[in-house]
Design a protein around this ligand. Structure first.
Ligand code: NDP
Length: 324
């Protein structure tokens, strides 16, 4: 029997139940992974609430983790028993052990701790694809980045600093503002006190940003589009405040021939070669110290509900993990 946090029905944090379940032995192409830590991500809240439906219930929640390969199934070539590995975007993460396809995990470099790997794969690979692929950020890029003191946000601040780009971050408190600035944000806007559209216009001298990375959704729509320069790119990649309403496409022309995209990490790491390349670049950023993974919250696996309450109450900063 292994320990897991499952949901049997969609709902609030109270639907998370700590249980003992059987997982069996790995099938062909699978491994059995003994996890040391599980990553916590805002997507877990969408899946728990049913905003993003899961394939079936009951289901073990969670999309990320790291640990040691306990056993391998037939035909597995990528890893061997005893290897330290990590993954992201594979449902079934909140567990002491799990089965997972071997081609979805990557080996963790010696210089990176299991807990750090568990905290960084999903948020870190997200920042990597957003800044390197969705929009090719360079030293001359001016970007808006909402929730700059969150898990994705603090990594984005550091990655942008490394590139030399200008990052205008939004946050909801002065403490979070200080944190984002300390991690490399060039400017920070406290949305509780300031109108972010007006402030972005001021900061950019009326020019607007090249790209707006928006994971807040409902509350920052359509403001984020008004922060863009003509032909700028709106990247809607999350909905922490609720879903963006349906869009009249003419809005993009009216606001300056804008581009819009709604990406997900799943697409950007769907091929194994993309997964390994993305992870390798992230590992390099962490191993060289350009990006430090800030684990500011740790919870026991049995306390997943409290972790969800804290995330949804905007109490967390940086990354969070469930310790197994
Ligand atoms: P965060 O640690 O950033 O937590 C979410 C943050 O959103 C909060 O801390 C809060 O920051 C901000 N926020 C704004 N409005 C609200 C609201 N009404 N309720 C709750 N939070 C709000 O989470 P993650 O780093 O895990 O993820 C960040 C975002 O990126 C999420 O929306 C997530 O879904 C998305 N994401 C998308 C991916 C993709 O590929 N599409 C992959 C990974 C993440 P503040 O208080 O400062 O405003």
């Amino acid at each position: 029997m292994i320990n897991a946090v499952r949901i049997h029905t969609y709902g609030g944090p109270e639907v998370l139940t700590y249980e003992q379940i059987e997982i069996g032995e790995p099938g062909p192409g699978q491994i059995r992974l003994r996890q040391k830590a599980c990553g916590l991500n805002y997507i877990d809240c969408y899946q728990r609430s049913g905003s993003y439906a899961l394939p079936s219930l009951p289901a073990v929640l969670g999309m990320e983790g790291a640990g040691e390969v306990a056993a391998v199934g037939a035909g597995v070539t990528e890893v061997a028993a005893g290897d330290r590995v990590a993954y992201a975007m594979s449902p079934g993460g909140y567990a002491s052990e799990r089965l997972i396809a071997a081609d979805r995990v990557v080996k963790i470099p010696a210089g990176i701790a299991d807990e750090t790997a568990a905290a960084m794969m999903l948020q870190g690979m997200t920042v990597r694809y957003l800044l390197r692929e969705t929009y090719p950020v360079t030293a001359s890029t001016v970007m808006l980045f909402h929730a700059a003191a969150g898990g994705v946000g603090l990594i984005a601040c550091q990655w942008a600093r490394k590139i030399g780009a200008t990052l205008i971050g939004t946050v909801s408190s002065d403490e979070k503002a200080a944190l984002a600035l300390a991690h490399g944000a060039t400017h920070v806007i406290n949305v509780k006190r300031e109108n972010f559209v007006e402030r972005v216009r001021e900061i950019t001298g009326g020019a607007g940003c090249d790209v707006a990375y928006d994971s807040v959704g409902k509350d920052t729509f359509p403001g984020s589009l008004d922060c863009l320069r003509p032909r700028g790119l709106w990247v809607s990649f999350g909905n922490a405040s609720g879903k963006v309403p349906p869009i009249e496409i003419g809005m993009l022309s009216a606001k300056g021939s804008l581009y819009a995209t709604r990406p997900t990490l799943a697409t950007y790491i769907a091929k194994r070669a993309d997964l390994t390349a993305n992870a390798a670049e992230l590992f390099h950023m962490v191993e060289t110290g350009a990006v430090k993974i800030e684990i500011n919250q740790r919870y026991a696996l049995a306390d997943a509900a409290q972790a969800h309450r804290d995330m949804e109450a905007r109490k967390t900063t940086g990354s969070s993990v469930l310790v197994v």
